[in-house]
Design a protein around this ligand. Structure first.
Ligand SMILES: NC(=O)C1=CN([C@@H]2O[C@H](COP(=O)(O)OP(=O)(O)OC[C@H]3O[C@@H](n4cnc5c(N)ncnc54)[C@H](OP(=O)(O)O)[C@@H]3O)[C@@H](O)[C@H]2O)C=CC1
Ligand SMILES: N[C@@H](CC=O)C(=O)O
Length: 362
């Protein structure tokens, strides 16, 4: 039976939920997926680092019993008060690094370094962190290719909803000409709560408590989170090569509760829409802006933390993908789907190597 040893970098909502998945249904996953998962290292800004590479690795249940803000690895066997990220990523023997620290829309750090260190150390990486993917995907992919490892990031767009894999695997032979979508769970949740009478501040606080918001919710409200997601989608699906400067961005902070309620009374729904379209000269135009959509519009009915993106294609017309856009468990599932993707690719690599050996022998 194959086993993957995981190092979790950042132990907030998402990686904690991944640990819960592994602790709660590891055996069922093993039976269904054909591989076991063992967590051998965890680092976190506040909790420090914890490394156990013997036996079953880190015993997750006692950690998960401690409230998130109160975890302290320093007194534990294999623990340290410092988050020794570089040492853990480079030196601790793990197969896969799961990166889920905060998204930095300016330069992608510290996650960019975490991803680079892992790849340089010959480890597969999966991340939900939009910074390194939106800003440095091409160079990280090339680095991963050179080191023969996988670089996976399904959770960076629409959380656990498999929009990137759908576009990559299912759109072969189609020309995608553009897309538009509701791509941020927090702002969409906030707009809905404003409509039902809540204040802006209370609606944002709810989204934070529910695990939808970024560590700094300004990114959700001012649209930077969607800007990164539009870059990732456009670069992956349209081959665009967009930078932040190419994606003008307006968030929802200028909208008042009164604006939202008045629009609703007139049959309009304010949505924060991210879009990209191929111009006739082949370049790609993209933007993020709030739009008041008429009730019948396919994106007008997208509520709460749900996200939806409509891809425009030549052969199928519009293809719409929808599902959870935020949430701890939903995003942890994206990491699990990345691990499954790594398993499939490793399987293919092993099968390829075997058939090559067989060809040489034969
Ligand atoms: N939650 C969601 O719905 C989704 C989240 N994402 C992305 O996933 C990532 C994680 O999200 P989430 O778990 O919700 O965020 P959290 O803020 O809950 O967790 C991030 C954790 O990483 C820790 N951390 C920050 N910097 C470092 C560092 N340098 N070294 C070690 N640990 C560090 C934080 O510590 P401290 O709290 O002390 O700062 C925190 O515990 C983010 O990049 C987010 O954008 C993507 C899709 C959906
Ligand atoms: N803060 C983000 C989380 C997922 O990327 C959102 O609200 O959509």
């Amino acid at each position: 039976m194959t086993r993957y040893d995981l190092a979790l970098i950042g132990f907030g909502g998402v990686n904690r939920a991944l640990a819960e998945l592994i602790a709660g249904r590891g055996d069922a996953l093993e039976a269904e997926l054909g591989f076991a998962l063992r967590v051998v290292a965890i680092t976190d800004l506040r909790a420090g680092s914890l490394v156990r590479t013997d036996g079953d690795g880190i015993d997750l249940a006692p950690l998960l019993a401690v409230a998130p803000g109160e975890l302290d690895f320093s007194a534990m066997d294999g623990g340290d008060a410092e988050p020794r990220n570089e040492w853990v990523i480079r030196e601790v023997p793990a197969d896969i690094v799961a990166e889920a620290t905060f998204t930095n829309p300016m330069d992608g750090e510290p996650a960019l370094s975490h991803v680079r260190w892992a790849i340089e150390a010959g480890k597969h990486v999966c991340t939900t962190n939009k910074g390194p993917v939106a800003l440095h995907c091409r160079s990280l992919r090339e680095l991963a290719r050179r080191h023969g490892v996988c670089f996976e990031f399904e959770g960076t767009v629409m959380s656990g909803t498999p929009v990137l894999r759908t576009a990559r695997r299912m759109f072969g032979g189609l020309a995608v000409t553009g897309f538009e979508g509701v791509l941020n769970g927090t702002s969409n949740y906030v707009l809905g709560r404003l409509e039902s009478g809540l204040s802006f501040a209370d609606a944002v606080a709810e989204a934070q408590a529910l695990g939808y918001a970024e560590a700094d919710p300004t990114a959700d409200i001012e649209g930077y989170d969607v800007q990164l997601k539009v870059m990732i989608l456009a670069n992956e699906v349209l081959g665009a090569g967009l930078t932040r400067a190419d994606v003008p961005c307006t968030g929802i902070s200028a909208l008042t509760a009164e604006d939202v309620r008045r629009a609703a009374a007139e049959g309009l729904r304010w949505k924060l829409v991210g879009s990209a379209a191929r111009r006739p000269d082949g370049t790609v135009e993209a933007r993020v802006a709030p739009v008041a959509l008429p009730d019948g519009h396919p994106l007008a009915g997208v509520t709460g933390p749900v996200n939806t993106v409509a891809f425009h294609t030549d052969l199928l017309g519009t293809v719409t993908v929808g599902g959870p856009g935020a949430g701890r468990v939903e995003t942890a599932y994206a990491l699990l789907s990345d691990v499954i993707g790594i398993h499939e690719q490793s399987g293919r690599a092993v099968a390829g190597a075997k058939s090559l050996q067989e060809a040489h022998r034969g």
